[in-house]
Design a protein around this ligand. Structure first.
Ligand code: HMG
Length: 390
């Protein structure tokens, strides 16, 4: 019998700063309850001047390599929609920072918030071909919208890294999966822009339609019925979106769950995203990590991943949690990582946002701010500089 394949280790990193959404509410003239309860967000991570998707991704992956080593890693896939170069993969910088050997294939994937899930499926295929392989997947993003818009409180920043292996410790993927693609202009970022363009209301409808389409495809390919799935991890641009998505699937399945019961069901998946904000590609895996790190006993339970990327692509898949999964977690360390972020006021946040818009993008130095293991030193003659912090 061929071995189970899935996620063996899962770690995250995020920006060094955080801003409470009540601070944004004061400038935007909103009731803080609109963000806390209406969007389901309490705060969001903000990156230091010398942090970007490479430094976040490397910091997440370093935790995994520190525990499990790099033996068997022959592929590194870097999923992002915060591309730093039109040609070179962000993963190649990470490969050097992590000290990986030369016999590794490295590639970057893009489809808005979805591409980490594509990476996971591609990784599973590689492991099916050679079960001795350990594929390293990194998903890393910084969500930026124009200031003073309705989208501003749904920014955030974060990275996850996970390994896909045979006989995984955290999630054994089930064979059925459902996919869905439709050309929709709900959210996009043209090459000339550092911020995304979004039609908020259209994006919510497109998300619900795509996740439902992916779920239908999952069912048609032998997937488990809605009521046979114990937990649902949705992409969380803001955590209320997961509640909306779950209500949508529950209604379509005729489950009869009332709104309070739906919200309670989703709550264990929201703890990290509520504090980090939208981390795009990383978000659905932060939902999974929050669930794994939480109080629920997941041993033997079936967990769904509902991945959505604007534009739009969705995938719905399930996996089961092995009996001893808790031995492979780092929940206390994860909590410390969030608690250690330094709170900033609005003026500091605005200055950090301004610093991200470089007057001369070909040459600049960044201030030394991050306490993370790697830093982005700036750009010299159009070449990005990355270095260990110590
Ligand atoms: P908005 O127009 O400011 O908000 O934009 P609203 O008026 O719709 O209110 C939001 C919620 O707060 C509502 O709850 C209100 O009732 C409630 P709902 O009815 O939806 O359940 N509310 C209050 N609650 C308590 N106390 C109050 C109060 N006032 C109002 N006083 C929007 C919200 C999300 C559209 C905006 O922030 C936005 O455009 N964000 C960016 C787009 C986005 O995140 N879309 C999500 C789906 S698309 C996606 O997930 C893909 C994405 O991650 C990108 C990718 O794939 O790469 C974005």
């Amino acid at each position: 019998m061929s071995p189970a394949i899935g996620i063996d280790d899962l770690a995250f990193a995020t920006g060094s700063f955080r801003i409470d959404l009540a601070v944004l509410a004061a400038r935007l003239g909103a009731d803080p309850a609109k963000y806390y309860r209406g969007l389901g967000q309490s705060e969001m991570s903000v990156v230091a001047e010398d942090e970007d998707v490479v430094t976040l991704g490397a910091a997440a992956a370093q935790q995994i390599l520190a525990r499990g080593g790099a033996d068997g890693v022959r592929t590194l896939m870097f999923a992002t929609e915060t591309g730093i170069d039109q040609s070179k993969s962000a993963g190649v910088y990470v490969h050097r920072l992590l000290g990986l050997g030369p016999n590794v294939r490295v590639v970057e994937l893009k489809q808005a918030c979805y591409s980490a899930t594509a990476a996971m499926q591609f990784a599973a295929a590689l492991v099916a071909r050679d079960p001795s392989e350990k594929v390293l997947v990194i998903a890393s993003d910084i969500a930026r919208y124009e200031l003073d818009t309705a989208a501003e409180p749904t920014q955030g920043a974060g990275a996850v890294a996970f390994t896909v292996t045979a006989n995984p410790a955290l999630l054994e993927l089930e064979p059925a999966n459902g996919v869905y693609t439709e050309d929709v202009m709900d959210f996009w970022r043209p090459n000339h822009s550092t911020t995304a363009i979004v039609d908020g209301k259209t994006s919510i409808t497109a998300y619900l339609d795509a996740v439902a389409g992916a779920f239908d495809d999952y069912l048609s390919r032998g997937g488990a019925p809605f009521d046979a799935i114990d937990w649902f991890c949705y992409h969380q641009p803001f955590t209320k979106m997961a509640v909306k998505a779950h209500r949508h699937l529950a209604d379509r399945a005729g489950s009869g769950a009332d709104p309070a019961a739906v919200a309670a069901r989703i709550e264990p998946t929201t703890g990290y995203n509520r504090r980090i904000g939208n981390s795009y590609t990383a978000s659905v895996y932060l939902a999974l990590l929050a669930l794994l790190d939480g109080a629920e006993d997941l041993a033997g339970k079936r967990v769904a991943i509902a991945s959505y990327g604007s534009g739009a692509v969705a995938e719905f898949l399930t996996g089961t949690v092995p009996a001893n999964y808790r031995t492979a977690l780092r929940a206390a360390e994860n909590e410390r990582r969030l608690a250690d972020r330094v709170p900033v006021d609005d003026a500091t946040y605005l200055a950090l946002q301004d610093a991200a818009r470089r007057r001369d993008p070909s040459n600049y130095e960044t201030a030394r701010q991050t306490p993370a293991p790697f830093r982005f030193g700036g750009v010299r003659d159009d070449q990005r500089i990355y270095e260990p912090t110590v």
